[in-house]
Design a protein around this ligand. Structure first.
Ligand code: X8Z
Ligand code: ZN
Length: 629
């Protein structure tokens, strides 16, 4: 599964890019890397290992994904037990074979493909288990329970009365609605209710960190964070530096958006609640995690009424249901000459929330049987957000589809950020002209005012997200490495929220026992998050390249690749590479560049950046990083 892959996690391998200082092959961070034995160095043994690993992994991953699919679409104890059993088998195999793969890399006479598979396997899971069978079983149980508890999480105002319970979807809708009404208290209540609905995950997370770290050490890495950071064809330290480099490219743009948004919020709620130089309270952006601020658009629209962008109303009036949303997403890909989804996709996917059971609603895309068995799992309500998320998920499915015939270790993105960026890159082509074509807006205006409005809407999704995407794994790296002691885990969360996002707690303190990280799906779901930050950058590089292939002329923000088969060919050629080559090769195949670069994102938003700078002149932008708001 992609999108919430707790265990199956694919990474990319050898880096040949001198400019980034990559080594010929990134070694495990820990000095406890497995020594090569004379036998493991034998070419024949290494080749046989690669062949056998392909067969074994296919079966183990398929079994695990089948169990996960059943569990996540019907959260019962019996289904949890199935997941634990499949996870244990997979983890046992991984713990044994990741170090073996590392040892076999010493063998001479291997093909580049064989070496690449070994390199991918030596760091081939986001959740390695300890060698000890009892601890392994416990880790599998803890991981499955956290997923289930998050998925089934509800806050009940009156615990004995189920009609007073609100789940994440209800609370999120309530928050967005309260943001539109500028209802401070209702937003705070929904925000706090979701934190208290997930707080009981905290003790499991503590256990999880200890067991996951032990597992990472048993397969030759210093801690879980070091293993995760090894997934980018460079050393963990280089991956961290690369992330920071990109963030520093983007930070000035985020600060302008933050400055403008804070000023408008301060006008709306008063300077005593939102001081002109303070943090933005976490509960007033209309989003449960303040990771995307599009609900604030009416408050922030640069030129009210200059552009017709209100698709929500049209979608409601036209009765967009889940099927129409998914068909529209697929039609974008097929307009570029890509294949339609297989018929099983329509039969096996979960598009809407079933009324009779708990499920994990967080959207994900799957190839359950690893044979082009594409599915998505979503709780679609028919909103514009759903249409965007469907493109995102289908991006995963199309990647899966185009690499389906590769060895199973190559069935992954060039790195995980690539996988997350495909659908989002196409969403950049959802221009006003395309929305008009869909019948969702009546008029298309290309005045400067209209362009700025559209840019603001895009920025509230994509620029606002950047520091959130940056900080989530910073927090986990710091937790996994032990740099931050357990009693400071929650405090550190808020320190990073303040430092990167300029976002603070809704109230001056958090209640005793609060553990806010587990209120975000990817923490209990153990999905690494750096991928989304990297995807935020890559999607603009992809968009720029596809626009060039489509023959687009003019500024980047005016381009739509809808209907361009030339762009489709360029895209599918990269998708078909999967993880078979180091990611710079894949990036070069689609963009001609070998380095991740925020330049295209900055170019896309250049008109808004100029406008924001003018609007903010006279304001003091930035914030002090104290976390108490
Ligand atoms: O988790 C997701 C996708 C599945 S891979 C729906 N996203 C991140 C999130 O929701 O926090 C997409 C954007 C960031
Ligand atoms: Zn995704």
């Amino acid at each position: 599964m992609v999108g919430s892959s707790r265990i199956r996690w694919m990474v990319a391998g050898i880096c040949s890019m001198a400019t980034m200082g990559c080594t010929a092959r990134a070694e495990p961070a820990s000095s406890s890397a497995v020594e090569a034995s004379p036998q493991s160095e034998s070419t024949a043994a290494a080749k046989a290992f690669v062949t056998d690993a392909d067969i074994a992994l296919r079966a183990l991953w398929r079994d695990q994904q089948e169990a996960m699919w059943v569990y996540e679409t019907d959260l019962t104890d019996a289904h949890e037990a199935l997941v634990v059993k499949a996870d244990e088998a997979l983890m046992a195999w991984m713990t044994e074979n990741m170090p073996r793969a590392n040892a076999h890399l010493q063998a001479a006479g291997l093909t580049a493909e064989e070496r690449r598979q070994l390199d991918l396997l030596r760091r081939g899971t986001s959740l390695p288990a300890p060698s000890d069978a009892v601890k392994r079983a416990r880790l599998a149980t803890v991981a499955a329970k956290m997923t289930g508890m998050y998925g089934a999480g509800k806050h009940c105002a009156e615990p004995s009365d189920p009609t007073t319970c609100r789940d994440l979807e209800v609370l999120s809708d309530a928050m967005a609605e309260a943001a539109r009404k500028k209802d401070w208290d209702a937003q705070g209540q929904a925000w706090e209710d979701w934190r208290s609905a997930t707080r009981n995950i905290a003790p499991l997370y503590t256990e999880f960190v200890a067991l996951g770290n032990e597992g990472a050490q048993d397969v030759g890495f210093g801690n879980l964070g070091e293993l995760w950071k090894s997934g980018y064809d460079m050393t963990p330290a280089e991956a961290e530096a690369e992330t920071e480099r990109l963030w520093q490219q983007l930070r000035p743009m985020y600060e302008q958006l933050h400055c403008f948004t804070r000023a408008r919020l301060s006008d709306a709620y008063g300077p005593e609640r939102i001081p002109a130089d303070g943090l933005i309270p976490a509960h007033v952006t209309g989003n449960m995690w303040a990771q995307s601020w599009d609900a604030l658009y009416p408050m922030l629209e640069p030129h009210p009424g200059a552009a017709d962008l209100d698709v929500a109303k049209a979608m409601r009036e036209q009765g967009w249901d889940a099927m129409k949303v998914v068909k529209t997403g697929e039609a974008f890909f097929t307009s570029m000459g890509l294949d339609p989804m297989p018929s099983s996709f329509w039969e096996r996917s979960m598009f809407v929330k079933p009324p009779d059971r708990d499920v994990v609603c967080h959207a994900s895309a799957w190839d359950v049987e690893l044979n082009d068995d594409q599915r998505i799992k979503m709780c679609i309500e028919g909103t514009f957000d759903d249409l965007v998320t469907v493109h995102h998920e289908l991006g995963h499915n199309y990647y899966n589809h185009y690499y389906t015939n590769l060895p199973v270790l190559f069935q992954a993105g060039a790195h995980d950020g690539f996988h997350e960026a495909i659908g989002d890159a196409l969403v950049l082509s959802i221009t006003p002209a395309y929305l008009n074509r869909l019948g969702l807006i009546e008029s298309v205006s290309d005045t400067d005012e209209a362009v700025l409005n559209k840019q603001m809407l895009d920025a509230l999704g994509r620029i606002a997200f950047l520091p959130f995407g940056r900080m989530i794994d910073q927090w986990r790296w710091d937790v996994f490495s032990g740099r931050v002691p357990q009693e400071q885990w929650n405090e550190h969360w808020w320190t990073l929220r303040a430092e990167y996002q300029g976002v603070g707690m809704p109230t001056p303190t958090r209640p005793d026992g609060a553990f806010d990280p587990v209120a975000k799906y990817h923490i209990p779901g153990n999905t690494p998050y750096l991928r989304y930050f990297l995807a935020s950058v890559l999607q603009f590089q992809f968009h720029a390249a596809l626009c060039e292939a489509a023959g687009h002329e003019g500024p980047l923000h005016t381009c739509s690749v809808y209907g361009s088969e030339a762009a489709g060919r360029q895209l599918s050629a990269m998708l078909a590479m999967g993880a078979s080559r180091p990611w710079p090769d894949a990036l070069e195949a689609i963009t001609g560049a070998r380095q991740m670069d925020a330049g295209p994102m900055l170019a896309y938003f250049a008109p808004l950046q100029t406008w924001l700078e003018a609007e903010n002149s006279g304001r003091t932008c930035g914030w002090s990083s104290k976390s108490d708001g």
